[in-house]
Design a protein around this ligand. Structure first.
Ligand code: CAA
Ligand code: NAD
Length: 286
């Protein structure tokens, strides 16, 4: 199985940055593509800060940090991905944007066996694959937030993905990055979000209905069920814009009320509250 030596990551936000970080730390050459120079600079600053934190926590030596940094490159030009063995798309959870991007990316990658992966939380992979001329090489490679901490990667082949593509992506995740994998059918939300998102939405409905305070809802699940964080703080971590987009695509797939975004979630987004990344959501962040 040919190893991934040159990786492209599209989107240097919290997930793209995390995927780039763990890949560069594993010795892979990584280019991150962002929408403009300001976004690329911001993505790079977040990544450098995360690597510095790893040094402070004793998880990385200064020499390893410097080597990792030398393997991380930033661009705003998708054409720079022409020599990549694999590209992982991690832009906003928007089907139209992702479909357009997959069509463009397909024209850029020169290697005949290059893998086109998406970190989408909920958008069916077949829709992205169908925008390309090589749907057999497209699959979902779904990481979890924060990427450097959480061990899981969900692998999601579409009806058109080849077995070889799945095996190569699996070897990349397990042997190169040291992650654990699970495999899911190409249904919106796959395994984890199909279970997690209705729970997060239920917590928002509970708050919206005045049933309990945000603090008590979260404390209930942390102390009563030993979750590392409560559902409202976790929603803030995921990003309320992302959570709403995931709920919408799951609702479009299943048309079941459990996936319907509660009005409070939309109202918070109308007010510019996106959770931790915007400094305010169910909680305030500095
Ligand atoms: N990058 C790197 N390391 C990080 C990190 C980050 N962003 N955030 C925390 N860490 C590390 C810390 O350095 C610390 O490491 P040590 O134990 O070695 O010191 C460790 O993680 C614990 O961190 P903290 O002590 O600061 O905080 P904590 O104990 O409260 O843990 C947490 C923070 C890791 C985020 C933890 O609360 C947690 O795991 N929460 C649940 C996260 C979760 O459920 N994620 C899934 C979201 S859903 C998803 O991802 C799918 C989707 O499609 C939406
Ligand atoms: P984010 O908002 O933190 O980052 C998205 C980044 O993509 C931004 O920096 C933006 O500038 C960039 N971007 C947008 N369009 C682009 C384009 N055409 N080219 C290059 N860059 C572009 O979002 P995120 O939380 O990192 O989520 C990214 C993807 O990962 C989404 O599909 C989301 O569903 C998925 N995901 C999110 C989480 C989570 O907990 N947030 C977990 C797993 C998967």
């Amino acid at each position: 199985m040919t190893k991934i030596e040159r990786l492209g990551v599209i989107g240097g936000g919290q997930m793209g940055g995390g995927i780039a970080e763990v890949s560069a730390r594993a010795g892979i050459d990584v280019i991150v593509c962002e929408v403009n120079n300001d976004a690329a600079r911001a993505g790079r600053a977040r990544l450098w800060k995360s690597l510095d934190r790893a040094v402070q926590n004793g998880k990385l030596t200064e020499a390893d940090r410097d080597e990792t940094q030398s393997r991380l490159h930033f661009t705003t030009t998708l054409a720079d991905f022409d020599d990549r063995d694999m590209v992982i798309e991690a832009i906003a959870e928007d089907e139209e944007l992702k479909v357009k991007l997959f069509a463009e990316l397909d024209k850029v990658l020169a290697a005949p066996d290059a893998i086109l992966a998406s970190n989408t939380s909920s958008i069916p992979i077949a829709k992205l694959a169908s925008a390309t001329e090589r749907p057999n090489q497209v699959l979902g490679v779904h990481f979890f937030n924060p990427v450097p901490v959480l061990k899981l990667v969900e692998l999601v082949p579409s009806l058109l993905t080849s077995a070889e593509t799945v095996e190569r992506a699996s070897a990349f995740a397990t042997e190169q990055l040291g992650k654990e994998t699970i495999r899911a059918q190409d249904r919106s939300g796959f395994i984890v979000n199909a279970l997690l998102v209705p729970y997060l939405l239920s917590a928002i409905r509970m708050l919206e209905g005045g049933f309990a305070s945000a603090e008590d809802i979260d404390k209930g699940m942390v102390l009563g069920c030993a979750h590392p964080m409560g559902p409202l703080r976790l929603s803030d971590l995921v990003g309320l814009d992302t959570l709403k987009a995931i709920a919408d695509s799951m609702y479009a797939e299943y048309a079941e009320p459990t996936y319907a975004a509660p009005p409070l979630l939309q109202r918070m987004l109308d007010a510019g509250l996106k959770g931790k990344k915007s400094g305010k959501g169910f909680y305030d962040y500095d």
